[in-house]
Design a protein around this ligand. Sequence first.
Ligand code: IMP
Ligand code: MG
Length: 336
Amino acid sequence: MIKFADVIVDLQAGDTGKGKVAHSLLESETKYTHVIRYNGGGNAGHTIYHNGQKVVTHFIPCGVLYGIKSVIGLGCVVNVDKLFEEIAYLENLGFDVKNNLLIDKRVHIVTNEHIAEDGSENKIGTTKQGIGPAYRDKYFRIGTRAENIEQLKPYVFDIYDLHTSKEEYIILFEGAQGFELDIDWGDYPYVTSSHCTVGSAILNGVPPKLIRKVFGISKAYRTYVGAKNFEGDDLLFEKIRELGNEYGATTGRKRQVNWFSLDDIIKAININGVTDLVINKIDILTELNVFRIYYENDLYDFDSEDLFKYFITYNLKSLCPTIETISFSDNPYKIN
Ligand code: IMP
Ligand code: MG
């Protein structure tokens, strides 16, 4: 049975440091038994520093680094060859993937044709991982599911088993991409083809009542990778890109940079019911000594990190009823 579940959700356009948060939660006192990835596929690139070693994954949830059962949930799509490459890569680094990876039988397959199609027909600047075509075929009801792939048999299971087991399970859901790339809530058509909200976690058959905490992750500025024009003229954005190493983990593309938007964060917090907000990479702004925030069509410029934090904390406290804690990088600001 499932005792409870916590959810990690990216509140911006991906690349906010979800991996880092997952990592610290898996080292916290909560004894998670499962990590479930709830959306996306090879488009995601999770960079994790595990005991000083850099590990980059695309499909496999980070639970395997801890020997915890790691589930590719039913909202995900998987390319079989690339998945096996990733299994080999992680096994080579010494992680036990074979005994910990589980794939829900309903997961859809990204074929090589999907990848080729995505590579040729690409107006919005996708990652060319076949994501759009694979989800299209799923919804057109002509897709192939994991349960039909012989090679995947050792890993395939039914996620409903989590409910029927006598053992008590504690789940950590980790999402890919982010709220601004959500197929519905994002800036359509500059979005991905999956759901990137807490709703996507619930779709795995874990009902809302069992969700304990929702960790919303953002950066102290924004980034976006793709074809739309997102970055303004500010020369500081180039500096932020260099200092923050804002290049795609999957494609190596430059991430476009812009200032933090309080309006966008408020919306993402409210839609996802975020209880714990983590704002990463504040140190990049500290290094530049520039702290700016968009709010209600104005750009505010703050003299200090403390004023920047205070402005965010003060406003979110009054505007977002679900929020319980806000932390900036590793520097926690309790607000209750
Ligand atoms: P797709 O998901 O490959 O179809 O790409 C759709 C849009 O989402 C493009 O703008 C991608 O750059 C962006 N995108 C997809 N996955 C990620 C991610 O993990 N991080 C950041 N951007 C992403
Ligand atoms: Mg990423």
